[in-house]
Design a binder for this molecule. Structure first.
Ligand code: ATP
Length: 705
């Protein structure tokens, strides 16, 4: 391979992995210098703990409007005195080398209007940007290897892609070939043999505003500009596969809430927000190894699908204005979130490896303790912090959150996410710094299986032996073994209706002004509820023992449990009420256990005649059998369960909705769509038919056998 050695050498500047998030503060323009008259003082300060070798730097913004300091973190920030050449050799050169080893690379610049995105990506012939510098190197390497180079250039404007190399500006379609690879139909490719030829084509086609756009409205239109550099290897070439390189110059961001914007500007901004939001979601989902990657959430991510993830390189460049600019704070905040998310997933994967090692060690001999439910925690200091970090930066963090959170420092996050967390399966007190014991009751576990439709079939499994691992911030683990009596598997619900499938496959619709405004202002963080991740569920061959490594990422911090957990608890207790009537410990005073609280220790059931008090309005049915007792209990509980369920469906985030039985990606999306149309649209179980659930399925949810 052409550049393996070069790669090894250069990879040192990418120590944290294949995704980098950097910022760049643009230099002052001559006009800004003139206008300022006196000396221009920087409003962003950069803390680089290891100077140029820093791999985590903190940016602090002097927020003049709020007279407070905002801060955020990224891998690196290029100050005004660090030019494009420096940025190229540190950030882009390693990616260029990777191209000839078969990896794709993507460089994305985003930022507020006039923050230097085009200057950074494109530049000019006199002051070449990253694309021109990269092209110089790529063309000479390709020449040496006998490979030819082609370029394509397209624009994405409000979720529609147009070919910029064709003067007619035809629409570009995103299709998939039989191998599932993305094909951009209608996109021209132009061969380039030299940098000067490239510059001529690139600069004229990507700056068409004056030359080509005929109407005044088009002059100011904000769109993304994307350059693809591809390589064509001759059949006899020694190079088997060469990757491609994407340079993306995103449209400038401007907060429409702060400025009087016309409809077009709002729509443009919504389209940009959508792209940025989707891009961040995709990157975090890829990094977290999630099963569903939302590539289709925006045109940009859909078009870049092949180049993102895996061993491909990706760099985000958040361009920042050198003078006070609130929009730059938003952009830096977004960069910081991506950075935190990437770091968190790296931490998580390290922990996962540790946990698997532990599982292997445990399964090699240590006997399980039956009928016990104790857990010992070595170190619990900071476990809450771990959770908070997870919520702040993990892939799940962005769901339901405002895209550009003005408050990006950790203090604010702590405040925002310090709401209740606990789980039906495990309750742990985290106050004590050292050893602690926790009691764990496990009514059932839910395992999800992805079906072909992308939805989930849910099986409810009551496991005889469950092992729970809790991570503390320090990476220490606490293990608990729980034994419960029976195994029960409920069949999965039917697949979603084809109407939903068709809807999901339909092209992305234009974002309405109202809807996207709403999305920008959506500050409700429903994701603050705890999520339970179950992994590595395995049944042994005899079927006697079921071991489970359960990575619990929720810690009880003293509040109420999350809705999904409570729903599961009620649901599971109902199942127990229904299926094991002989184990119900009836209260002596005849008060029925309608609150769903079932004794963890099953006791012998002694049939008893409930006291009957006659009188007006005081008639009660005569309860003779355990089944009747259960039924009466069930009626009361069912109503509250249904109400709670509907409340949840009306308010939960997409990810939380997917935790519900029978609700997968498509139904969760449909619920969100319906909720956008009217608040709290699910008033009765009947309304669940709108998301494609059949009457039978709805009935089955709360039915008593
Ligand atoms: N690093 C820099 N040093 C000096 N001048 C710069 C730098 N970056 C950008 N500029 C100047 O700032 C101005 C705005 O830059 P540019 O057009 O690249 O911004 P942009 O973010 O692409 O704008 P838009 O949002 O309109 O697309 C230009 O005049 C450019 O020459």
């Amino acid at each position: 391979m052409a550049s393996s050695d070069c790669n090894k050498e250069n990879r040192g500047s990418h120590p944290t992995g294949l995704v980098r998030v950097v910022a760049r503060i643009r230099g002052f323009t001559n006009r800004e210098r003139e206008l300022a008259k006196s000396s221009l003082t920087p409003w962003i300060s950069i803390q680089k703990p290891k100077g140029e070798a820093s791999d985590a730097v903190t940016l602090s913004f002097e927020d003049q409007s709020a007279s407070q300091k905002e801060s955020c973190q990224v891998h690196y920030c290029y100050d005004q005195d660090e030019n494009t050449d420096m940025m190229y050799s540190r950030e882009i050169k390693p990616l260029v080398s990777g191209i000839f080893d078969g990896r794709d690379a993507t460089v994305v610049a985003y930022g507020a209007i006039g923050s230097g995105k085009t200057y950074t990506i494109q530049g000019s012939e006199e002051k070449p940007g990253l694309a021109i510098l990269a092209m110089d190197e790529m063309i000479s390497t390709a020449e040496r290897l006998g490979i030819s180079v082609t370029i394509s250039l397209y624009e994405i404007y409000q979720e529609h892609a147009y070919d910029l190399l064709n003067p007619e500006r035809p629409t570009v379609m995103v299709l998939k070939d039989v191998q599932g690879r993305i094909k951009l139909k209608g996109l021209s490719q132009a061969p380039v043999k030299s940098v000067s030829e490239f510059c001529k084509t690139y600069l004229s086609a990507s700056s068409p505003r004056k030359a080509i756009q005929k109407h005044a409205t088009q002059l100011s239109r904000r769109s993304h500009k994307c350059l693809i550099v591809k390589f064509v290897t001759p059949t006899n070439s020694e190079v088997s596969h060469v990757g491609k390189m994407n340079f993306v110059d995103l449209a400038g961001y401007e907060d429409p809430r702060r400025k009087r914007s016309d409809c077009t500007k709002i729509a443009e901004n919504n389209a940009l927000s959508k792209s940025l939001y989707a891009l961040q979601k995709v990157v975090l989902a890829l990094n977290a190894n999630e099963s569903h990657i939302p590539f289709r959430e925006s045109k940009l991510t859909h078009m870049l699908q092949d180049s993102l993830g895996g061993v491909n390189g990706l760099i985000f460049i958040a361009c920042l204005n050198p003078s006070f600019c609130q929009d730059s704070i938003y952009m830096a905040s977004l960069a910081s979130r991506t950075y935190q998310g990437i770091r968190q997933s790296i931490m998580d994967s390290t922990k996962k490896t540790k946990s698997l090692n532990r599982l292997a060690a445990l399964s090699s001999g240590k006997p399980r303790i039956p009928q016990s439910s104790s857990a010992s925690m070595k170190k619990q200091t900071g476990s809450r912090m771990h959770f908070l970090q997870k919520k702040v930066s993990g892939a799940t963090v962005i769901k339901g959150k405002k895209l550009f959170d003005e408050a990006n420092n950790s203090k604010k996050y702590m405040k925002a996410t310090s709401t209740s967390t606990s789980c039906v399966a495990s309750t742990m007190k985290t106050e004590t710094p050292d050893k602690a014991t926790s009691t764990v009751t496990v009514p059932f576990f839910e395992t999800t299986v992805n079906t072909e439709t992308g939805d989930e079939a849910t099986s409810t499994v009551t496991v005889p032996s469950v092992e729970t691992t809790v991570y503390t911030e320090t990476g220490d683990e606490a293990t608990s073994t729980v034994t419960v009596p029976s195994i029960e598997i409920t069949p999965p619900l039917e697949e979603e209706s084809s109407v939903d499938a068709a809807k999901a496959a339909a092209p992305l619709k234009e974002v309405s002004e109202h809807a996207s405004q709403k999305s920008l202002e959506n500050q409700v963080d429903l994701s603050s509820e705890a999520s339970c991740t179950t992994e590595a569920l395995s049944l042994d061959k005899e079927g006697d023992i079921m071991d489970k490594e359960n990575t619990v990422q929720y810690i009880d911090v003293g509040g109420s449990p999350p809705l999904c957990a409570r729903l599961r608890e009620i649901s599971s207790n109902l199942k127990l009420v229904d299926s094991t009537p002989t184990c119900i410990d009836l209260p002596k005073q005849g008060n029925l256990p309608c609150d769903g609280q079932i004794s963890a220790e099953p006791k012998d059931f002694e049939p008893r005649t409930p006291p009957f008090e006659s009188g007006k309005g005081n008639e009660r049915p005569y309860l003779n059998t355990p089944r009747e007792v259960s039924k009466t209990c069930y009626c009361g509980t069912k109503n509250s369960l249904v109400q709670e369920y509907l409340r949840f469906v009306n308010s939960a985030s997409k990810e939380d909705l997917k935790g519900l039985k029978g609700i997968g990606e498509k139904r969760a999306t449909r619920i969100l769509e319906i909720r956008e149309e009217s608040p709290e649209p699910f008033k009765s179980l009947e309304d669940l038919k709108d998301i494609g659930l059949s009457a039978k399925q709805i009935k089955g949810m709360f039915a008593m056998k």
